[in-house]
Design a protein around this ligand. Structure first.
Ligand code: VGL
Length: 190
């Protein structure tokens, strides 16, 4: 039985100063790096996702000029731009497999993403006999939430390391963590 770590969307646009910056996002990048340096040996594979949107369309209604910050958002994580880069304080040398999601679509879950070779994370986990998944990253109440729920749905044991996540809103964060617990996931500090 193997355990994997999934790092969700630790990108410049989701950290302070970015198009959709979450409070504490840059600190999350640093703390995930510390976690990797101390715990990388516990993971058989380290996965990461990036939001990777098209520049020339609204990505399936995901972008809006007057966003509601629930279902519609300002433009963010445009493919190939600095906003879509990993935060510089995340040590990307630990990442074994990367998926990108959201090209022309309002994707939240990392499980909607694919590798450059077209593989999704369910297949990556299955091919490596991973049954336990730790999830960290941004945003707790959106992409971390959706990724955790998809992993649970697929029969993977999920632990969200909440101290290594940052959120868009305080109440939506609490609601997301409750939803993850109700679906069978574990929430721990780190
Ligand atoms: C996210 C809002 C819009 C996230 C992505 O990464 O959690 N949030 N797009």
């Amino acid at each position: 039985m193997a355990r994997a770590l999934l790092i969700v969307d630790v990108q410049n646009d989701f950290t302070e100063g970015g198009a959709l910056g979450t409070e504490g996002g840059a600190q999350v990048a640093r703390d995930i790096t510390t976690h990797l340096r101390e715990h990388a040996g516990e993971y058989s594979v380290v996965l990461a996702s990036r939001d990777w949107h098209d520049a020339d369309n609204d990505n399936g209604g995901h972008f809006a000029a007057e966003p509601d910050y629930v279902d519609t958002w300002p433009r963010h994580c445009i493919a190939g731009t600095p906003g879509a880069d990993f935060h510089p304080d995340l040590d990307t040398s630990f990442i074994d497999v990367e998926v990108r999601k959201g090209q022309g679509a309002p994707h939240y879950s990392a499980f909607q993403g694919v590798t450059d070779a077209g593989q999704n994370l369910i297949d990556v986990l299955a091919s490596r006999d991973v049954e336990d998944l730790d999830i960290v990253g941004i945003a707790t109440d959106h992409c971390v939430r959706a990724s955790a729920l998809d992993a649970l749905e697929a029969g993977v044991q999920v632990r969200v390391l909440d101290g290594l996540t940052s959120a868009v809103g305080k109440e939506s964060r609490a609601a997301a963590l409750a939803e993850i617990r109700a679906a069978g996931g574990e929430v721990v500090d780190r």
